[in-house]
Design a protein around this ligand. Structure first.
Ligand code: COA
Length: 198
């Protein structure tokens, strides 16, 4: 694993488009190429801080990010989000805008001071089930422990049953629904999960 760099933006766009298929369903619409281009624009517009990649045989196959109180999740400029519908074609633009607004409201609240937050974990769909997801999560947990954190936390969209099972397999417990302003009405319903660090 290594920190993500500017040269990874293209492949990260493809991975983020795959992530949103599960985590923010309906936010990116249209053909695969349009969704990948939208993902690339989102990655290009967002600082890479806290993001790591898994490289296998010279190819980036997975990514995941860590945020803390001191190093919070970088935010995507609203202008980049609101420009997304333009890459998806007129047919999907209006529905996509609704999805973008729901997505903005779904973003997890920042972690507590003694916690580190995992987010944006995705493995290329051609290599899932081969341990790359486990590798990312354990690496991010190691960084969190080294920073003196007591637990790792994350948020998963409730309909993403595969990811929920994945995190349970890695020792995470579901601690309840995500709350917040408008969360229960507009945002994608989500669950909070956490695991204590040794
Ligand atoms: C969830 C995801 C990251 C898992 O990555 P992966 O590389 O396929 O998972 P691994 O091969 O490392 O699996 C690790 C463990 O989780 C389990 N697991 C993984 N996916 C699972 C699933 N869909 N259902 C049940 N268990 C699963 C594996 O069986 C394995 O457990 P084991 O060691 O006891 O056999 C990957 O499927 C993915 O990218 N999904 C789409 C994006 C996403 O939903 N990301 C999560 C955002 S919060």
């Amino acid at each position: 694993m290594r920190p993500a760099g500017a040269g990874d933006v293209g492949v990260l766009g493809r991975l983020i488009a795959q992530l949103y298929d599960f985590e923010l369903p309906g936010m990116l619409r249209g053909e695969v190429a349009a969704r990948v281009e939208a993902g690339r624009r989102l990655v290009a517009a967002t600082p890479l801080g806290g993001r790591f990649v898994v490289v296998r045989d010279g190819v980036v196959v997975a990514t995941g990010s860590l945020a803390t109180r001191d190093a919070p999740r970088p935010s995507t400029p609203p202008s980049a989000l609101l420009a997304l519908p333009s890459v998806m074609g007129a047919r999907d633009a209006a529905l996509s805008l609704v999805g973008v607004l729901r997505g903005i409201l779904t973003i997890a609240a920042p972690p507590a001071a003694d916690e580190a937050q995992l987010h944006s974990v995705v493995v290329d769909d051609r290599v899932r089930g081969q341990g790359a997801g486990l590798r990312i999560v354990r690496h991010l947990e190691g960084l969190a422990a080294a920073a003196g954190k007591r637990r790792t936390v994350l948020q998963v969209v409730a309909s993403n049953t595969g990811a929920r099972a994945f995190y349970r397999a890695l020792g995470y417990e579901e601690t309840g629904p995500a709350h917040g302003r408008l969360r229960n009405t507009v945002a994608f319903p989500s669950v909070l999960m956490s695991r204590p660090l040794a």
